[in-house]
Design a binder for this molecule. Sequence first.
Ligand SMILES: [Fe+2]
Length: 342
Amino acid sequence: MLFRQLFDSVSGTYSYILASRRGGEAMIIDPVLEKVDRYLQLVNELDLRLVKAVDTHLHADHITGLGALRDRTRCVTVMGENTKADLVSMRLAEGDKLTVEGVSLDVLYTPGHTDDSYSFVMADRVFTGDTLLIRGTGRTDFQNGSARVQYESIFGKLLRLPDETMVFPAHDYKGDTVSTIGEEKRCNPRLQVKSIDDYVELMNNLKLPNPKMMDVAVPSNLKVGLAQDQIARRGWALDAAQAIPLIGRGDIVFIDLREQGERDRHGVIPESQHAPYPELQRNLGAGELLNSFAGKTLLFYCAFGERSAMAVQAAQDAGLAAAKHITGGIDAWKKAGGPLER
Ligand SMILES: [Fe+2]
């Protein structure tokens, strides 16, 4: 596996690049806006293709790199389903898998620091965001945080991972880079409590100042969504109500860009074709799937309309002038009462 831990010294944030091989797909966890150039340079140097940018939670201390990475690489932006960010391409729930080629992480919902905090687990390591830090835990005094809920996330989920599991947090302010579950169980002063009430008492008396960037970072991080109106102004968008009557028409092909796990969980528009977004460029090539529908209107859809908006642009760039997408994706489709099958 290719694994890189990168540091932003201004906010004390760790970001992680993961891939299974040179030349393959990569993901980045918790990217910082100001470091985007550096991430992309490294991705380039390692001959990787960035396909997912993931945040463990809505950050209050730095502006996320998700939007900038999406705009520059057309990667998929990912957060947990409880996020209040306006729009990310993919939302994950506990039990889902976060995957790129050759790398698969289990999604754990670990609220408490915020109510949208998630951890991502591999066989030998866990990315804990701000839920579990090295010799610390993430503060629980804003963004719908709760010490009681965090105790359950830490003691009920993270500390049940094998002791040798490496812990990679989203922050460290002392220079520590990695720990293990066993080490944190023994040495993390916040975890040496006798009861949930002791933990709540400890966390509620930390009296921390608000993060310096909070008033800038939180509003900015709530608005990471791709502006879909530009695509609409070009006449390349249909809303769900306009798209529903088009099912079954021979001159229109519905194309689902989502991953299989999303299709299983939320259902599929009847008679649609599956062409996962990460393989879009290949599928647009001569003789490939999407090109075989020449002469028909390609109607792309995804979860929230972000991947499909990028796909329309790519298809138009590839000369498929009849490409459109469904604004708001399956989320909007469901709200409009559109039919779905499993
Ligand atoms: Fe945080």
